[in-house]
Design a protein around this ligand. Sequence first.
Ligand SMILES: Nc1nc2c(c(=O)[nH]1)N[C@H]1C(S)=C(S)[C@@H](COP(=O)(O)OP(=O)(O)OC[C@H]3O[C@@H](n4cnc5c(=O)[nH]c(N)nc54)[C@H](O)[C@@H]3O)O[C@H]1N2
Ligand SMILES: Nc1nc2c(c(=O)[nH]1)N[C@H]1C(S)=C(S)[C@@H](COP(=O)(O)OP(=O)(O)OC[C@H]3O[C@@H](n4cnc5c(=O)[nH]c(N)nc54)[C@H](O)[C@@H]3O)O[C@H]1N2
Ligand SMILES: [Mo]
Length: 774
Amino acid sequence: MTVRPPEKDFTDANLKVGPPKTWAVGLPAIEHAMLPALGELDPERTAKVAFSINHKAGFDCPSCAWANPDRSKPLEFCENGMKSVVWESAPAAIPTEFWQRHSLADLAEKSEYWLGLQGRVVEPVYKAPDSDHYVPIGWDEALDLVADKLRSLDDPDQAIFYTSGRITNEPAFLYQLFARAYGTNNLPDCSNMCHEATGAGMTAAIGVGKSTVHYDDFAKADLVMVMGQNPGTNHPRMLNALQDCKVNGGKMIGVNVLPEASLLRYKNPQKPIGLIGDGIAMSDQFLHIRIGGDMHLIQAIAKRVLLAEQLDPGNVLDWDFINTYCEGFEEYRDHILALDDDEVLDATGLTAEEIDTAARHYLDSDATIITWALGITQHRKAVGTIAEIMNLLMLKGNIGKPGAGASPIRGHSNVQGDRTMGVWEQMPQPFLDRLGEEFSFTPPTEHGLDSVDAMNAMERGDIRFFMSMAGNLQAAISDSNRADSGIGNVDLTVSVTTKLNRSHAVTGKASLLLPALGRTEYDVQKSGRQFTTVEDTVCFINESRGELPPISDGVRSDVWILCELGKRLLGDTQIPWQEFQDDYDTIRDRIARVIPGFENFNERLRTGRRGFLLAHPPRDSRTFPTPTGKARFTVHTPEHITCPPGRLILQTLRSHDQHNTTMYGLDDRYRGISQGRFVVFVNPDDLAELGLADGDTVDVFSEWPDSPDRVLRGYRAVSYPTKKGCAALYFPEGNALIPRESVAEGCNTPTSKQVIVRLERSDERAATGRPVTV
Ligand SMILES: Nc1nc2c(c(=O)[nH]1)N[C@H]1C(S)=C(S)[C@@H](COP(=O)(O)OP(=O)(O)OC[C@H]3O[C@@H](n4cnc5c(=O)[nH]c(N)nc54)[C@H](O)[C@@H]3O)O[C@H]1N2
Ligand SMILES: Nc1nc2c(c(=O)[nH]1)N[C@H]1C(S)=C(S)[C@@H](COP(=O)(O)OP(=O)(O)OC[C@H]3O[C@@H](n4cnc5c(=O)[nH]c(N)nc54)[C@H](O)[C@@H]3O)O[C@H]1N2
Ligand SMILES: [Mo]
């Protein structure tokens, strides 16, 4: 890993392909985490960062939403967390002459890797409508431009306020307050593209869209099923919790399209055995499933459980739980018993014996946790699949009991907190009422635009202002080429950011970049050093305090920026922006009054663990806040994804060296890829059937009814043990292939893991920067 600005954009010319790994972490991970840090930061900065990351008096790691154990180890970070921290805190700043040297047209040709390596943005810069260059601009002038533009709109709904889970709770609360006090619910966020289906599926079943487990439940579980998730890369510290389960005699089932290394073996770098031995086997059973086959699998396991109950009436299901807490059981049972077994085998690509074994594990377990991530949420039938996971858990009372539960593993470190704070285009009315009452205004009630609808509205020319508080929607959203043209219709785009990304190169007619303080840096305001808070994937609220001096006195905290905008646009009477800016405790006092569960927010942070667990009625007391007060069995029809001859189902995923659209390097160590990204993983039998060979150069075309094919050109075909019929390539480049219309039913999430493609041999390998997409 390097964090120095490169002379030229990277090329794929030195791409190497080796065999995939069959175990995760261990010595190499320590090497990969610490060496780059030591190379880029001085030893003192490295030590400061290493000992404060995820610690009570330190900052929350921005890499993922995985939880911290009750007693953290001296070093509570992983390789990828360290990479993310080094990327942010390395002392490289973009020099002023950069903006003169590079036009936007030039920046738009660059890769995300190159853009991110230019260093931190340390001064506000503005691109005027008639210019193709950013120029430095003062903070006052920049903030006035934003307020003036918002004031000039005919309707507040002509503005969109996007955010990503990189921001913490206090700015998230102020952001939604700002948008709503201005008059719009247009608050799309990265969740729309991520775990939206989880919220929808779980809320329908149990009334709450968040994990029902505690951190310690992993150690108590008899069985953990890890579905559609690559924890070795995306949540490496979760492997410690899975290890606790295994060491205590629990079992694990991995369900994935790829045999991800961390689902096979794990060597814990912080335990001696992990450094020297072979580590421990992770999955007792690995189910090598076909893309999109998970609903069939869950239903097939449920059918076996119901049949076992018929053979041994009264002794298999948790009848106490079903009779006391649930409704809808009979209809669900009849639907599942009618499941077509042959179709299950076709849709999942699994054998009946494999499903029998999985069902046996589930039947033998008194406490089962099912975890999942994007391999489940980014599909057309994602909401239904998650509801089926809930059905299966409920059959054996696996909600609200030790060692058991539903555990969606969220992505961004504070994506869950953003939602809790009200960043959602469709916050329920009781929240809006409390917010309005607290600040004496009437929030808009009509639902706003989500991420996909935001792009449609921009394309139609309905949007004149777009603000992004962290994030990179241009690259993260499906159909990225179409996104580029839509955003050009907007009068002013504003990005609050630490570093450069594609959204800063492909902009509205005018564009502003506002440089943000990073999470590793301390934040001093009038009342002294401030801290903010985040919510992790198991609903624990943690403090986050930066430890390093800010990179430059040109950067400002997210809270500072929002308060300045608030004062300018909305005045300081109803909403005390100045007070908020001076002392973040005063923001928390308001959160405590508006958001249930945050009562005495400041006091609770200052006692005990410097944090607290949010209440969760199903987890805590088997109370279900659904309309009827019961947990609900629901009925869903799976989709059997069929492929025309010669086609494959494609998923887009993360390499080991990236954080979403941010690249730390060009390697995907566990999958055997180094020094390149433009690869498409294909099963060897599929390659043979398509008349292709490992190493061939191919163009990847995606097919969608009534629309011209989308294409990524010049990819290297890699023979890989992905499930037959299923291909994979990396996000965000892959977004060129996902049609905007291809979304999940019931939540509008792009189907980033499900698009039909064909491969055509090509002569020219994609070589530099961004791959060719036309
Ligand atoms: N280092 C690092 N950490 C991260 C991130 C990062 O980019 N880098 N991103 C963060 C964010 S925002 C998120 S949301 C999470 C994402 O965490 P993950 O969900 O682990 O991310 P992906 O890389 O998209 O991997 C999806 C996995 O699902 C599998 N899969 C795909 N389709 C299917 C299917 O149909 N069925 C099944 N069973 N499996 C399938 C893929 O093979 C892959 O293993 O990670 C967070 N943490
Ligand atoms: N095809 C495909 N598309 C996908 C996905 C996929 O798997 N496949 N995954 C989806 C998922 S799960 C997600 S979450 C989205 C991600 O969508 P986003 O969250 O919009 O994208 P990120 O790349 O995480 O945003 C990174 C940017 O955040 C900013 N940033 C970082 N730290 C800070 C900070 O401390 N303060 C401020 N103000 N800014 C900061 C920087 O500008 C950085 O470039 O992408 C989605 N898109
Ligand atoms: Mo995500």
